[in-house]
Design a protein around this ligand. Structure first.
Ligand SMILES: *Cc1c(COP(=O)(O)O)cnc(C)c1O
Length: 363
C-alpha cells in the first residue's frame, strides 16, 4: 500500500489521467473539433478584441457580457445561464452540487447511457458517487423503457443524456426524453447538446415545460475548442444555486471577450462552417456506406460512428500508420470492438481518410 492510497478515494484506481493521443498526424479526426473559420475579417476582428484586453486585471467574475451574449443567442434570460470552463467544468459543478445523501442505501447517483461521453461517469466516480449506465439499444439509440426503469429503481440525483450522443451521433426522440423526464421527478435531467449545431432540432423548450430539466451547450464543437467555453441553461432558481460551486474567476478574460465577439458578431461565419461540415458528413456517409466491409450509423453530429468487419483495433492502427488519427473504443470490447468514431473534417482531410480506407480495405 502506498502512502497515497490511504488518502485517495478508492474510485481513483478505476481511471487513468485523460490523455489524448500525442504525436504528429497529417489528419486528426479524433476529437470532434470543427475546421477553423476561414475569413480574414473574422481573424482580424478577434485579434483586435484580444489586443484590447487588460491582462493585468482579473476577469469579470460573473462573465456578464458573455452570459448576455449567450442569452440573446438562445432567446433566454441571463440569469438562466451558468458558465463553465468547457461543459466539462459544468458537469463537475453539477455532480458536486447535486450530491445530498438521501439515505445510506441510496448514495448520490448518476444515471446515463452506454456508450456515451465519459466525463459524466468520471466526474461522478471521482467524487465517490454511484453511476448506473443503461446500454443503448441495437440501433445505438437510448432505451426509453430501460432508462425509466433505472430511474425508478435507483432514484438518481442527475440523469445525463448526450443528445446527439457521443460517440454514436444518434438522438433521443422527444417521446423518449419526455418519458425519462416524467419518470424522474426527483432528478435533474441534463440534456447535453454539445453537437446541437449539427442536429435537426434542439430541446431548449423542455426547460419551460419541466422544472427538472437543464440543457448543456459548448463552443468546443463549432470551432472554438481552444477557448474552453461551455454553459448550462437552467431555471434561474437552480442556476443561482449552482453558481455557488463555480470558481469566481473560472472564465479567463481572453475566453470571455473572444467568445462574446463570436456569439455577437461572427455567428454567421460559424454557421458557414457547420453547414459545410454537414454537407461533408452527407458525402462521407454515402461514400463510406457503399464501401465493402463498412457500415455507418446515421449521424446528427460532426462525426460518424463506423462499423467495420475488420476489428476496430486493426483499422485504427492501419489508419494511424498512414497518418490519419481517428478514435477507437476497442479497449472496451463487446460491441465496441468493431466500431470507430471519425470526426468530419475539411474536404481535403475527408478525401485523405477515404483514400486510406480504400487502400486498407483492399489490402
Ligand atoms: C465534447 C463534449 C463535451 C465537452 O465539452 P467541453 O465544452 O469542451 O468541455 C460535452 N459533452 C459531450 C457529449 C461532448 O462530446
Amino acid at each position: 500500500m502506498s502512502f497515497w492510497s490511504d488518502l485517495l478515494r478508492p474510485e481513483f484506481a478505476e481511471f487513468k489521467p485523460y490523455k489524448p493521443v500525442h504525436g504528429s498526424f497529417r489528419v486528426r479526426l479524433d476529437a470532434n473539433e470543427a475546421p477553423p473559420m476561414s475569413s480574414r475579417v473574422a481573424s482580424e476582428r478577434l485579434a483586435r478584441e484580444f489586443s484590447s484586453i487588460a491582462l493585468e486585471r482579473y476577469p469579470d467574475a460573473g462573465s456578464d457580457a458573455l452570459r448576455d451574449a449567450i442569452a440573446r443567442h438562445l432567446g433566454r434570460k441571463d440569469d438562466e445561464i451558468v458558465i463553465g470552463v468547457g461543459s466539462d467544468e459544468v458537469i463537475g459543478m453539477l455532480v458536486t452540487a447535486l450530491s445530498r445523501s438521501r439515505s445510506s442505501a441510496e448514495p448520490p447517483t448518476v444515471l446515463t447511457t452506454t456508450p456515451t461521453f465519459v466525463m459524466y461517469k468520471m466526474s461522478a466516480r471521482l467524487r465517490g458517487q454511484r453511476v448506473i449506465e443503461v446500454p443503448l439499444d441495437a440501433n445505438f439509440e437510448p432505451d426509453a423503457a430501460g432508462l425509466a426503469r433505472a430511474v425508478e429503481m435507483a432514484a438518481p440525483h442527475v440523469v445525463f443524456l448526450a443528445n446527439p450522443n457521443n460517440p454514436t451521433g444518434t438522438v433521443a426522440s422527444l417521446p423518449t426524453l419526455r418519458r425519462v423526464i416524467e419518470a424522474a421527478p426527483r432528478s435533474l435531467v441534463v440534456v447535453d447538446e454539445a453537437y446541437v449545431d449539427y442536429a435537426d432540432e434542439h430541446r431548449l423548450s423542455l426547460l419551460d415545460e419541466y422544472e427538472n430539466v437543464a440543457v448543456l451547450r459548448t463552443l468546443s464543437k463549432v470551432g472554438f475548442a481552444g477557448l474552453r467555453v461551455g454553459w448550462l441553461v437552467a431555471r434561474a432558481a437552480f442556476a443561482a444555486e449552482l453558481d455557488k460551486v463555480r470558481q469566481p474567476y473560472n472564465m479567463s478574460s481572453v475566453s470571455q471577450r473572444l467568445a462574446t465577439v463570436v456569439l455577437n458578431e461572427l455567428w454567421g461565419e460559424v454557421e458557414a462552417v457547420t453547414r459545410s461540415v454537414k454537407a461533408e458528413r452527407a458525402r462521407l456517409e454515402a461514400t463510406l456506406g457503399s464501401m465493402p466491409g463498412l457500415s455507418v450509423t446515421p449521424s446528427q453530429a460532426n462525426f460518424l460512428w463506423l462499423g467495420s468487419e475488420l476489428s476496430a483495433e486493426k483499422l485504427f492502427h492501419a489508419l494511424a500508420e498512414r497518418g490519419v488519427l481517428v478514435r477507437s473504443f476497442h479497449e472496451r470490447g463487446g460491441r465496441l470492438a468493431n466500431r470507430l468514431r471519425v470526426t468530419v473534417g475539411t474536404p481535403a482531410e475527408n478525401d485523405e481518410l477515404l483514400e486510406c480506407l480504400r487502400a486498407i480495405l483492399q489490402s
